[in-house]
Design a protein around this ligand. Structure first.
Ligand code: GLP
Length: 245
């Protein structure tokens, strides 16, 4: 694993955007695995800025997102579909049909998960997967569990995740109880994985996930086994790491 220790959220965002830009420039039709949450917002902003300057071209890029709430339609402002359009897709020259997310409105979970796995396969797999991380070590919506989930599946969100994500909704009651998410196996098949983490509130989980034992109780810990992981984390997020970086 390569670790970039950066000063703050702004530097983390610039570094992550740099790495994604390099990918797009060296392979214009890259398949980018994308993430939501507050962590990647600055990264997307930076990409949009470079696009506006004429330094980036998204016309051939294909994207697949990690996850989507089950039951929210595309117009719902809390859906990840809406988030991605607002922060990235509507602001760069990526053709809409080249952007993909699990379909939260498909009530038939098994069918939807199969469709999404087949879609990723038909795109030729993910070149680089961007990941944020939940406070309990979840990636996508792969919550701490007894085993690592291999493929895209439907999950029951943990109470702690519902509580953490309620800030985006009117109340905790509004947060969907289920989501579709790429599995850990799906994520590990990406050629390269780019993890971004910022803030002191993530310091404990960063230490556990990247310097602790590999366990499905800390889903992100499996990333230690991937051959090409880049961790971009700020000083606050790395503040509990005692190992030399
Ligand atoms: C959500 C998303 C994850 C994300 C996590 C962390 O649960 N499903 O993909 O990594 O939140 O969010 P934040 O970046 O806001 O801390």
């Amino acid at each position: 694993m390569r670790v970039y220790a950066v000063k703050d959220y702004r530097e983390m965002s610039r570094k992550a955007a740099n790495i994604l830009s390099a990918q797009i420039i060296s392979k214009p039709d890259s398949v980018l695995g994308l993430a939501t949450g507050s962590t990647p917002i600055g990264t997307y902003e930076q990409l949009v800025e470079w696009y506006e300057k004429g330094d980036l071209d998204f016309s051939e890029v294909r994207t697949v997102n990690l996850d989507e709430y089950k039951g929210l339609d595309k117009e719902n402002k809390q859906s990840y579909y809406y988030f991605m359009h607002r922060h990235l897709f509507d602001r760069v020259n990526i053709p809409q049909e080249q952007t993909h997310l699990p379909d939260g409105t498909n009530a038939e979970a098994e069918k939807e998960c199969r469709r999404y796995e087949e879609l990723m396969e038909s795109l030729g797999g993910i070149d680089i997967q961007l990941l944020g991380m939940g406070h309990n070590g979840h990636i996508g919506f792969n919550e701490p569990a007894e085993a690592f989930a291999k493929e895209t599946h439907c999950v029951d969100l943990q109470e702690s995740t519902i509580q953490a994500n309620k800030r985006f909704f009117e109340s905790a009651k509004e947060v969907p109880r289920q989501a579709y998410t790429m599995g850990i196996g799906t994520i590990l098949r990406a050629v390269r994985i780019l993890v971004i983490v910022s803030g002191e509130d993530k310091a404990d989980i960063v230490k556990k996930a990247f310097w602790g034992p590999i366990t499905p109780q800390v889903p992100a810990s499996i990333l230690q086994l991937h051959p090409d992981v880049i961790l971009v984390a700020d000083e606050a997020a790395l503040s509990k790491v005692t190992e030399k970086l």
